[in-house]
Ligand binder design. Structure first.
Ligand code: AHG
Ligand code: MN
Ligand code: MN
Length: 352
């Protein structure tokens, strides 16, 4: 009788790299040598964020089964947006993971009014601070559409002997030492950069590990899609309306998910442009400079893309004045951002 050998089940990791799985933890540790004065703190921080992402992923995946969808009792967050139950949960988990290890000295979150000090663990003083949008696109949860987490890591400016200060958080995006996002989509992927290119790690649920799946991601020079909330068209300035008309004239497809992480991830892989300009409701733009625009701008620039305000200032050069500052944004494939810039220069009434 013929015998059949049972094949080991194929996982995401083995499909991508033969039998060689490169986990996020291994990759982070191996990359430590990229940093001249590596102390292991940054490695620890990225690992903490990876752990929090797995916990959040577990909850997001069963959101319809347990009583965790819908609006939270806590009301509005610091930006005046409705807090969802999962916003609160994701925020708590990230804070907990970072506090337990003590690898950072303070935290700022889109969901908290003020900065949170982290007590040293085993008397170890950390030089890093972390900022995050714990759940991006949270209005998508109740309808089973992708959401994400965005994070940014900086070195503190104040003396490590004292508590971290708000000024430690008000640094331009060029000072980020690492930034990234987690997309809880059809699969869950963590994408990050430490200023040496961009890499993506897909969560393999069969082994519970993020595994290297997108090495050295490069954004396409051009794209066929634009992402903007076109429902606000009549509230946009003339130059934005002209650019959007041009997108339509050129037969670009419109894709808008309502979760910036999801839109940016698609653009990173396929090319395209994402716009959130001024509207009458949000004259300075809706998205938050520190929690959303800066980290995603660092990732996109590291992948070869561009990111400007719709007043044409490089996002990463913006000098933040407050924690929850909003800004306008045009981000994506370099040729498309250049094209948008030409429209703003041509049609804008603003002195540039
Ligand atoms: P958050 O859920 O963290 O508040 O972010 C939602 C943001 C962003 O992810 C998305 O691109 C944008 O808000 C959508 O805004 P509109 O509904 O105004 O288009
Ligand atoms: Mn957000
Ligand atoms: Mn959010």
């Amino acid at each position: 009788m013929a015998t059949t050998t049972k094949k080991a089940p194929e996982t995401i990791a083995t499909q991508q790299h033969g039998n060689r799985i490169v986990t996020l933890d291994e990759f982070i540790i191996r990359s430590e040598k990229d940093f001249e004065y590596a102390t292991g703190e940054l490695t620890g921080l990225l690992r903490d964020i990876g752990v929090a992402a797995k916990i959040i992923n577990r909850e997001v995946n069963k959101a319809g089964l347990v009583n965790i969808i819908g609006v939270a009792d806590s009301g509005d967050n610091a930006s005046g947006d409705k807090q969802q139950k999962l916003d609160v949960y994701a925020n708590e988990k990230l804070i907990e993971c970072l506090q337990n290890s003590g690898e950072c000295c303070a935290i700022a979150s889109e969901e908290n009014d003020d900065i949170i000090q982290v007590s040293p663990v085993n008397s170890k003083k950390s030089n890093y601070i972390v900022l995050f949008d714990p759940l991006d696109g949270s209005s998508n949860i109740d309808v089973n559409v992708s959401v994400g987490t965005i994070f940014a890591i900086y070195r503190r400016r104040s003396d490590a002997a004292g508590p971290a200060t708000k000024e430690d958080f008000l640094q331009p995006g060029t000072k980020q030492v690492a930034a990234g996002y987690v997309l809880y989509g059809t699969s869950t992927i963590l994408v990050y950069t430490t200023g040496h290119g961009v890499n993506g790690f897909t969560l393999d649920p069969s082994i519970g590990e993020f595994c290297l799946s997108h090495r050295n991601l490069r954004i396409p020079e051009n794209g066929q899609f634009y992402a903007v909330n076109q429902g606000y068209y009549s509230k946009f300035d003339l130059e934005m309306r002209r650019y959007i008309d041009n997108c339509s004239d050129q037969n670009y497809g419109l894709r808008y998910i309502g979760s910036m992480v999801s839109d940016i991830h698609r653009i990173l892989i396929q090319g395209g442009i994402f716009l959130y300009p001024s509207t009458r409701k949000y004259p300075k733009g809706k998205l938050r400079l520190l929690y959303e625009c800066n980290p995603l701008a660092m990732v996109v620039e590291q992948a070869g893309g561009k990111s400007l305000t719709t007043q044409l200032k490089r996002i990463l050069d913006m000098e933040p004045r407050e924690l929850h500052q909003r800004c306008t944004i045009a981000i994506g494939s370099p040729a498309m951002v250049d094209e948008l810039k030409a429209f703003v220069e041509r049609y804008s009434a603003l002195p540039l």
